[in-house]
Design a protein around this ligand. Structure first.
Ligand code: PBG
Length: 332
């Protein structure tokens, strides 16, 4: 849209910015706790709150503490929580069998939250990296990350998550054909109401570093993820991936990372109109939280400004480690 403006002084755009009341009246984008999905890291034990050095303010929580976090999130008006397990290195294997163990950490946390906080939506992660001895999202055969055998494993993993009570399944693995395979398997198993939030446009990014520390995958990772995650230079490819995943049965789509890819968010939302989410990833969090901690920026203001940018770019919501802090500020 090209606005027609009367020439100055008939038009003085500063009139609309003169007072807080007038600014509130014409604000285009608003942010609320209902826009957030809160990713949390789960670990073994009881009563454990273990800080993650590269993510100031974020902790690995034992299942009982995750339940408390879910209750807190629900009270703050955050509609969904997303679980990422920190798996005991002894349970990481080449066949990744822990990924579909009905009693693995992620599934235990899901059941505990469902019982204690039934109204919060639970999202789980589908990918093999927390369970894989070499840190990759798929099986590795002779140095290659193989697609189809990985998809079979992802289906087993997702079914175990749905059985445990997950509401939203988030495949973050970037294998081809997994959305269709997951949708068919979920329908077949009577899980027709389980949502798929596809990490459709996920880039091979340097901004995932702190997350890999958080889930204990940094040391393990051999090589990089460029044969399955996208080249940061590509935008048309992202649209093809999103179109494909929606056609295969994704209910919602995600762009990841967030802030360096707001153009992709905007384009995806305009082109498809499907519920669109951005993941403000660990490295983005670390930059804002780290600089805020040192007093180099106003961390709270930068947090809210960054979250507003996702909404302005067309996102319906955002996965963010800031969820509880931002919700507390927004709730006053
Ligand atoms: C892997 C996965 C990653 C993240 C979520 N799921 C990392 C990766 O692809 O290596 C990153 C999230 C973040 O950085 O906050 N399945």
């Amino acid at each position: 849209m090209q606005p027609t403006l009367a020439p100055y002084p008939a038009t003085r755009l500063r009139r609309l910015r003169r007072t807080p009341a007038l600014r509130a009246l014409v604000q285009e984008t608003t942010l609320s706790p209902a826009d957030f999905i809160w990713p949390v890291f789960v670990r073994d034990g009881e009563g454990v709150v273990e800080p993650i050095t590269s993510m100031p303010g974020v902790n690995r929580l034992s299942v009982d503490k995750v339940v408390e976090a879910a209750a807190e999130a629900h009270a703050l008006g955050i509609p969904a929580i997303c679980l990422f397990p920190y798996t005991d290195p002894a349970l990481k294997t080449e066949d990744c069998a822990e990924a579909w163990n009905p009693d693995n950490l992620s599934n235990r946390a899901t059941r505990a939250i469902k019982q204690a906080v039934p109204d919060i939506a639970i999202m789980t992660d589908v990918a093999l990296d927390p369970y894989n001895i070499n840190g990759h999202d798929g099986f590795v055969e002779n140095g290659e990350i193989v697609n189809d055998r990985t998809v079979e494993a992802l289906v087993k993993q997702a079914l175990s998550q749905a059985d445990a009570g997950a509401d939203i399944i988030g495949p973050s693995d970037m294998m081809d054909g997994r959305i269709g395979a997951l949708r068919t398997a979920l329908e077949g198993a009577g899980h027709q109401n389980v949502l798929l939030l596809s990490y459709a446009a996920k880039y091979a990014s340097a901004f995932y570093g702190p997350f890999r520390d958080a889930v204990g995958a940094s040391g393990a990772l051999q090589g990089d993820k460029k044969t399955y995650q996208q080249d940061p230079g590509n935008s048309d490819e992202a649209m093809r991936l999103i179109a494909r995943d929606l056609a295969e049965g994704a209910d919602m789509i995600m762009v990841k990372p967030g802030m360096p890819y707001l153009d992709i968010c905007r384009r995806a939302h305009e082109m498809f109109g499907a519920p669109t989410f951005a993941y403000q990833v660990s490295g983005e969090y670390a930059m804002i939280a780290g600089a805020g901690e040192r007093g180099w920026i106003d961390g709270d203001k930068a947090m809210l400004e960054s979250l507003t940018s996702f909404k302005r770019a067309g996102c319906d919501g955002v996965l963010t480690y800031f969820a509880p802090a931002a919700a507390r500020l927004l709730n006053g």
